[in-house]
Design a protein around this ligand. Structure first.
Ligand SMILES: [Zn+2]
Length: 245
């Protein structure tokens, strides 16, 4: 059940001291994870939001299902690009150890992925929208959802969109919009850090999505999210970087 901000209970409850009473902003440092099929996915889908969160002092980890090695492009290249992108966004990176283009979703991998998430003890997790043309994206959305369920839905779970039409399909009406206008350059630099992945084409596509989402919430550029019903909290909204929705 979705509980109203301020009515939270348990270990993740906000203490009175964590609220700046003049602005009402929740200033407690939070731990957020963005899961993605490949290096680059979290940056394209949520790079602006990640930059805004880390600039407010929150800790963000980008958790990739695999290292992105493919044909002539080595794991070392992809990992080094991801490291650069994360440094630009002020985030950390982790890998779930699967193989690009060969995602496995079974009980053993559900368990392994749940343990990874549990050890990080996040306040919120972002993942791909599960209807996606890339099997690796669908896989990590599935693994993330199962971890959320097995961990008693205790963290906020959000879906993000990436390369709409190419990857994400049928993304529903968003519940949250984050204005990324002021961090647009950082997002672009993080996406372009993935130089082996044709950023000219893919960033232009994602930027069109950001402009469309901006139109919907009266900003220049925005990222849109969908909160999973049943999340015990809505951390993004409590941090007051959500515009509307
Ligand atoms: Zn991908």
């Amino acid at each position: 059940m979705l509980m109203a901000t301020g009515a939270l209970t348990g270990a993740k409850a906000l203490s009175a001291a964590s609220l700046n009473t003049s602005s009402g902003r929740d200033t407690a440092s939070r731990k957020l994870i963005v899961t993605g099929g490949h290096p680059g996915d979290p940056e394209y889908g949520c790079g602006g939001t990640i930059a805004r969160l880390t600039s407010l002092g929150h800790k963000v980890t980008l958790l990739y299902l695999n290292n992105g090695a493919w044909q002539q492009i080595s794991a070392a290249t992809r990992i080094s690009e991801a490291k650069k992108a994360c440094a630009i966004l002020g985030a950390d990176s982790r890998y779930a150890g699967q193989v690009n283009g060969n995602a496995i979703v079974d009980n053993a991998h559900y368990e392994e992925f749940k343990k990874l998430i549990e050890a990080e003890n996040p306040d919120a997790v972002f993942t791909h929208w599960p209807i996606d043309n890339h099997a690796d994206h669908r896989a990590i959305a599935n693994l993330t959802y199962e971890a959320w369920k097995q961990l008693n839905q205790r963290f906020s779970l959000y879906y993000y969109e990436v390369s709409d039409g190419d990857d994400t399909n049928q993304f529903p009406a968003p519940t949250h919009y984050v204005d990324i206008t002021t961090v647009e350059d950082k997002k672009q630099a993080a996406c372009y850090a993935h130089a082996s992945q044709d950023p000219k084409y893919f960033f232009a596509l994602q930027d069109t999505v950001a402009q469309f989402r901006g139109l919907q919430c009266r900003s220049k550029r925005a990222e849109a999210f969908l909160l999973q019903l049943g999340s015990a909290t809505d951390v993004l909204r409590s941090l007051q970087i959500v515009l509307s929705g």
